[in-house]
Design a binder for this molecule. Structure first.
Ligand code: PLP
Length: 382
């Protein structure tokens, strides 16, 4: 076996000089909906772009190599990937998800549950007894998301995946926040890994995309079958753009993470800041697990500050109030009313999402300029 290729090499070389016809360096975008057949009996490699498309294939291959997957489906959004995961389930399946999962995951699972299509059980996956009780109910699927969004709590993937497998469940990890550069759920025992490529993987905040990758080839087949049957596959244009964005992923993540570490350290030293949640700080309860399980603490920070939150946000000039993450621009959001509004107040309270909790996605600006802007915000908040 040859060794694993480095992510930088995978991404800088994906599809380069692989065009046999025109010998283009950049893979051409195959926007055609359909492809010519030689004869009606012999289905060509590419026949109809809802089913299969060269640009999606290139992107899926690059993502699969980054995650150590056998392959996967490239779909229209992170939520399309989540919907695709639920299409794998048998009737009346029990899905066990984190109580502080991504708001869109909560909305999808509770919506399907309300229609009687599945049963959704949200548990604090850090709680050994609660997790064991959930596994005793023999779930069909266990959904992991670590670090959690927005609070950046970690669960031990290897441990929870082993327990879920012992209970007979299919294990899926939403790896959007850490990216495959910082965490490898399939190597830790998960069956499926989900990405919103809208976020860091594309990195340029200008499209929607998602991917669902599987460790085993049989599951990859099922993903392709359902993505085609459900019409969930993404466009060739988007796949091409996401691969373009991905080429600089290692540079972007290194820079964003280094800035986040500096900002989190600075925030923790501010007298008006009550809580800073960042896995790269000694104060983080899961610091040791982060060092073991992740190749770095990432670029997301959650914090609470005393003073008027609205005035703080108004006082910012460089950091923008918006609800995405992982892009080039630093964004701040109020999860309670923005990303997690699909979660009722009681569920938010239980998950620790306070109304004044702020989430920062650190981008590519000069870190000193970002700290100066946050300082301006704190001055405005009084
Ligand atoms: C954004 C996000 C999703 C959903 O992705 P979309 O591309 O917006 O549909 C799922 N999980 C996490 C952790 C996310 O941040």
């Amino acid at each position: 076996m040859t060794g694993k290729r480095s992510p930088s090499t995978i991404l800088a070389s994906a599809g380069v000089a692989a065009d046999p016809h025109r010998r283009a360096i950049v893979p051409p975008v195959q926007v055609s909906d359909t492809f010519q057949w030689d004869d009606p009996e012999t289905r060509p490699e590419y026949d109809y772009s809802r089913t299969v498309n060269p640009n999606r294939d290139l992107l899926a291959a690059a993502l699969a190599e980054l995650e150590g997957a056998a392959g996967g489906a490239v779909v229209n959004s992170g939520q399309a990937a989540a919907l695709l995961a639920t299409l794998l389930l048998p009737a009346d399946a029990l899905v066990v998800a984190p109580h502080d999962c991504y708001g869109g995951t909560y909305r999808l699972l509770t919506g399907l549950a309300a229609q009687g299509k599945l049963e959704a059980l949200f548990v604090d996956q850090k709680d050994d007894r609660a997790f064991a009780a959930a596994m005793a109910r023999r779930p069909a699927m266990v959904w992991l998301e670590t670090p959690s969004n927005p609070l950046l709590r970690l669960v031990d993937i290897a441990q929870r995946a082993a327990e879920a497998k012992a209970a007979g469940a299919l294990v899926i990890a939403d790896n959007t926040l850490p990216t495959p550069l910082r965490q490898q759920p399939l190597a830790l025992g998960c069956d499926l890994v989900l990405h919103s490529t809208t976020k860091t993987l594309n990195g340029h905040a200008d499209l929607f995309g998602g991917a669902l990758l599987a460790r085993d080839a049989a599951l990859v087949e099922q993903l392709h079958w359902w993505a085609n049957a459900g019409g969930l596959n993404g466009s060739a244009q988007d796949a091409s753009q996401i691969l373009r964005g991905l080429r600089t992923l290692p540079l972007r993540v290194d820079r964003q993470e280094a800035s986040a570490q500096a900002i989190a350290t600075w925030l923790a030293a501010q007298p008006g800041v009550r809580e800073v949640h960042y896995p790269g700080l000694d104060s983080h309860p899961d610091r040791a697990l982060a060092e073991r399980q992740q190749a770095g603490p990432g670029f997301m920070i959650a914090f609470r500050a005393s003073g008027d939150t609205a005035a703080f946000l108004k006082g910012l000039g460089l950091v923008t109030l918006a609800s995405s993450l992982g892009g080039f621009a630093t964004l701040i959001c109020v999860p309670a009313t923005m990303t997690h509004r699909g979660m009722p107040p009681e569920a938010q309270a239980e998950a620790g999402i306070h109304p004044d909790l702020l989430r920062l996605s650190v981008g590519l600006e000069e870190v000193g300029d970002l700290i100066a802007d946050l300082e301006r915000g704190f001055r405005a908040a009084g």
